[in-house]
Design a protein around this ligand. Structure first.
Ligand SMILES: Nc1ncnc2c1ncn2[C@@H]1O[C@H](COP(=O)(O)OP(=O)(O)O)[C@@H](O)[C@H]1O
Length: 277
């Protein structure tokens, strides 16, 4: 990871790294990968979680990061930390985020480099990235500095995404995410019904819940449009490399997490046992 941190630094300074995809890679679509069995003792996976706002990237990435013993690094969290600080970029970031737009690649890579450097100094290795890369340019830069093992692309229908964003709540003290929405959507056009219970906070968080300023209906719709325009091409970028694992979320966490672990070739019980050794 040291090399990645250093190279990220230089790429953010020079910001001219470009990797043109070979024409063969651009046309050849590889089948969905079957992830190799992860050895719990060598958990330095380098994974990326993609998916629309509200799909649950943070929820699933944070659970997997605990199972695999790698940090969960969410660029949205890095942006919000900076935005809530009294730093020089705070006002500018607030405006961008509250318009549902993307922060510049340069700012994001700078924030991510700092986070990787601080993790590296604490001995972290491997990562699950959530919310990065979000543009093809970011994906190209990442591709130039390190090898990503697997990209998990989470999917849900758009009407569920909007309800989930509107129901999202965060504990202002511990930072954990909850959701007060009950999702109960009848399947259409051959798609199955989707039911999700609310994810309610424990009593000590209940009085400290806040809503993200960008989780209003109009900003969520704008973020979804930005995702389609800027981030969907990132799915194709990784699909061409044969690294994209598509996962349609079937329901709430109790139903979906075991299925996701199965798709990832991970065994929750084995992982838990080895985590306690
Ligand atoms: N990789 C990125 N590139 C540009 N902007 C980003 C990136 N990651 C996060 N942001 C900014 O932070 C905001 C919140 O990100 P995130 O928490 O990942 O939200 P979402 O729920 O939309 O996935 C985004 O709308 C965007 O303004």
């Amino acid at each position: 990871m040291a090399a990645m941190t250093r190279l990220f630094r230089s790429s953010s300074a020079v910001f001219s790294i470009r990797r043109s995809l070979s024409s063969a890679a651009a046309t050849e679509f590889k089948p969905q990968p079957s992830p190799p069995r992860v050895d719990p003792k060598a958990r330095n996976v380098q994974w990326v979680f993609l998916g629309c706002p509200g799909v649950g990237k943070g929820t699933y990435a944070s659970r997997l990061s605990v199972l695999l013993g790698v940090p969960h690094i969410a660029t949205g969290d890095l942006v919000r930390e900076e935005l809530n600080s009294s730093g020089p970029m705070s006002k500018q970031l607030e405006e961008i985020v509250n318009q549902g737009k993307l922060v510049s690649d340069e700012i994001i890579i700078n924030l991510l480099s700092k986070r990787l450097e601080s993790g590296e100094s604490k001995g972290e290795s491997g990562f699950i990235l959530d919310g990065f890369p979000r543009t093809v340019r970011q994906a190209e830069i990442l591709n130039d500095v390190t090898d990503i093992d697997l990209v998990v692309n989470l999917k849900l229908p758009e009407r569920v995404l909007i309800d989930k964003c509107l129901g999202r709540r965060i504990c202002s003290q511990c930072g954990k995410n909850f959701n007060v929405a009950t999702i109960d959507v009848k399947g259409e056009n051959g798609n199955p019904d989707i039911y999700m219970d609310p994810l309610l906070p424990p009593p000590h968080c209940a009085s400290k819940l806040i809503t993200r300023s960008d989780d209003t209906e109009s900003i969520v719709k704008q973020r979804l449009a930005v995702y389609t325009e800027k981030s969907q091409p990132v799915e194709d970028f990784y699909r061409r490399q044969g690294k994209l694992l598509e996962f349609v979320i079937p329901g709430g966490i109790p139903e979906s997490l075991p299925k996701l672990l199965e798709a990832l070739n991970l065994d929750e019980n084995e992982e838990k046992e080895s985590a306690t050794v």
